[in-house]
Design a protein around this ligand. Structure first.
Ligand code: HEC
Length: 110
């Protein structure tokens, strides 16, 4: 096999490991757990550094959140309605609940 083909396979495997969103992962109601397990693998491919909402840092995520009020937070409304992520597996109920609990508790940078 050529070196180019091997490189291609290696890249495919790496992208599969780093970007796959797994909706069976149990997420804690903290910014760190939500960012690592949901926002980064399921949202950043579309919402990174352009568009109405970006989710690449706490400062940007908080723009889509009204601390204390999940139902008024675009982030929560988008995932609980099932509208986001636009492609790929939907979040589990547990994961949606974790986002809601994090917002209810004040959406801290924790
Ligand atoms: C495949 C691309 C894609 C992915 C993945 C994606 N979005 Fe979106 N998102 C969009 C587009 C495009 C819009 C603009 C509105 C539309 O076209 O529906 C949008 C709009 C939004 C909005 C604005 C309110 C709304 O519903 O229109 C929020 C909030 C949002 N997305 C959150 C998320 C979250 C959270 C994730 C990950 C769980 C996510 N998105 C994953 C493409 C994506």
């Amino acid at each position: 096999m050529s070196r180019l083909a091997l490189l291609f396979i290696a890249l495919l495997m790496m992208s599969g490991c780093s970007s796959a969103f797994d909706n069976s992962v149990v997420v804690q109601p903290t910014y760190g757990s939500i960012a690592n397990n949901i926002l980064s693998p399921a949202c950043l491919s579309c919402h990174s550094d352009y568009g109405s909402y970006t989710f690449d840092s706490y400062a940007s995520v908080i723009n889509a959140v009204v601390p204390g009020f999940p139902s008024e937070s675009p982030l929560y409304v988008a995932v609980s309605s099932g509208r986001m992520p636009k492609i790929g597996p939907k979040l589990s109920n547990q994961q949606i609940q974790a986002i809601g609990d994090w917002i209810t508790a004040g959406a801290l940078d924790n």
